[in-house]
Design a protein around this ligand. Structure first.
Ligand code: UDP
Length: 235
């Protein structure tokens, strides 16, 4: 199925297939932070992130969200529609954490009165800077109609995900999404959804996400395993 390596990212390798509209994503056993400045091999992480992301994307597809997810192929591999990635990291926050806390001096854990969306320009050389809708328009990253669509989809995805995670006792604090254009130019959800790019807290405020790695709180794979088990119950 896999033909040639198209791209090697921090968390995944992307391969072409015999079908020009499909790619294979291979999840790596690697955790990075600070734009790759800290990097560690964590055995089992790739498989867990792939399984979690596959379950969530399947549920999103079933709920009518257009995504790049086709199917999970193996422990580490999934089949995806090929997209032209929109170079935006779309962050939605329900609760103050991470860079939001640092930037605005708000206490971590404070619920926001409504979900908010932030954009970052996906550009490693520039360290993914914070960017607003005027910048997105000016730099021709996306049209204002596309930005409106991305925002509406992100709010809808948040409503779905928040409800699913609440059913398994987890609070969805924040997350990052990426969108891309499929062969017909349609914007669809791409990349992954796993504890690598979201924050999940249990009822006692324990972190079940990549903050375990960022803040040295214990075994990353142990908490990813807990998230996967809980999601499988939901399935
Ligand atoms: N996030 C991500 N990739 C990034 C930056 C952030 O997936 O390059 C996710 C992160 O896991 C969190 C959310 O986006 O769920 C908000 O991250 P934040 O801006 O607070 O930055 P952080 O503190 O994670 O660096």
């Amino acid at each position: 199925m896999k033909k040639e390596l198209l791209y090697s990212g921090k968390a995944k390798d992307i391969f072409s297939t015999d079908d020009e509209n499909l790619i294979v994503s291979v999840y790596k056993d690697q955790a990075t932070m600070l734009n790759g400045a800290r990097k560690e091999t964590i055995e089992g992480k790739g498989s867990l992130a792939n399984q979690i992301s596959s379950l969530i994307f399947e549920k999103l597809n079933t709920a009518g969200v257009e995504t790049h997810f086709v199917k999970r192929l193996s422990e580490r591999e999934q089949l995806n529609k090929k997209v032209e990635v929109v170079p935006l990291e779309v962050v939605l926050r329900n609760v103050a954490a991470g860079s939001f806390v640092k930037r605005f001096g708000i206490e971590e854990g404070q619920s926001l009165s409504r979900p908010i969306i932030e954009f970052y320009y996906k550009n490693d050389d520039l360290d993914d800077p914070f960017i607003n809708e005027d910048h997105i328009d000016l730099l021709q990253i996306a049209t204002s109609e596309e930005v409106d669509y991305i925002k509406a989809e992100t709010y809808r995805i948040n409503d779905l995900l928040r409800a699913w995670f609440a059913q398994i006792g987890l609070n969805l604090i924040d997350f990052k999404l990426e969108f891309g254009k499929d062969k017909d130019g349609k914007l669809i959800l791409a990349d992954e959804f796993s504890p690598d790019n979201c924050r999940l807290w249990d009822a006692d405020g324990n972190h079940l996400d990549k903050d375990v790695f960022r803040r040295d709180l214990g075994s990353l794979t142990d908490v990813y395993e807990i998230v996967l088990k809980k999601l499988e119950e939901l399935h």
